[in-house]
Design a protein around this ligand. Sequence first.
Ligand SMILES: *Cc1c(COP(=O)(O)O)cnc(C)c1O
Length: 356
Amino acid sequence: MMATEVPQAELEVDLTAITANWRDLAARHGAQVAGVVKADAYGLGAGPVARALAQAGCRHFFVAQFQEGLALREALGEGPMIAVLGGFPPGADPGAGLTPVLNGPADIAAWQAAPPCPAGTILHLDTGMERLGLTPAERAALPPGALDGLGLRYVMTHLACADEPGHPLNELQPRRFAEAASAFPGTARSLANSAGLFHGAAMASDLARPGCALYGINPTPGRPNPMRQVMRLTVPVLQVRQVAAGTSVGYGASWVAKRDSRIATIAAGYADGYLRALSSRGVGIFAGRPVPLVGRVSMDLITLDVTDIPDLRAGDRVEMIGPGQTPDDVAALAGTIGYEVLTSLGARYRRHYRPA
Ligand SMILES: *Cc1c(COP(=O)(O)O)cnc(C)c1O
């Protein structure tokens, strides 16, 4: 006997749109373009996303952490470069063929003291971020031949303000990078993130590293979004009830009905990464119409005012993030950035992938 299907919040991920975004960026760059799939491909699922990108021709992947690299190698099999931005010590990789990013003199020394890394290494040169990477002084102090035998594949740097056109660092960083990279003649260079790809030739390199633009976040804030939307979160309505004017709804009684109202309760909450900051600010979309969130976002439930949507019933689905209301839109309401909206997407959502 078939079990009855229980309604559950569903995250649809359109792999066709993600690979189309990657192809657009590759055409725009004219050189190699990697896929940054750290943090589970910004919450959308590193395995399926990276497999689709690899099929589309992507040969270089970046993750943040070592264990993400191991999982990604499982998903991709041998072949593509998988670079670990946070690096890892020699001896950690049991044969997955991961490429460590060397972020400072201590990393260089550790890898020099060990057998060569079969998957090569990437050297991170800091040009203005002050998180990881060799400072100009550390780079200048490297003894001649310090990188010999390390299988250096790329030198890279990371842009701090590429999403703010006109920021002085956008001129400074590529210049500092060119200068630092000239100490490694013949080594390929990796510079732009998503936003950097929209600065033209000044930020071109041998390998761009876009993440957010692949996932539909606007890499050109303040201008129209050139990327396709790739995800849709729909949440089922558990119950609809009539609430008399003057009645409060939810924790803290923070919202009080000004008129006789219909309240729909849907099956997701902050435990699913629907940010609590969206309390009384968020909006759902039902059949093309906006549905205001009222009261506090609870751990597992959200309440919506559906008084003006008389055709909405229990069992219907409301889009909470998606083409009608993008991660950037939701972020603006929550006072954050689209990256945080995506990387917060919860583990309880049923993920459904539209194949590439
Ligand atoms: C996250 C990250 C990227 C991708 O940045 P987006 O803004 O998402 O394109 C590229 N390079 C490094 C070093 C990163 O940490």
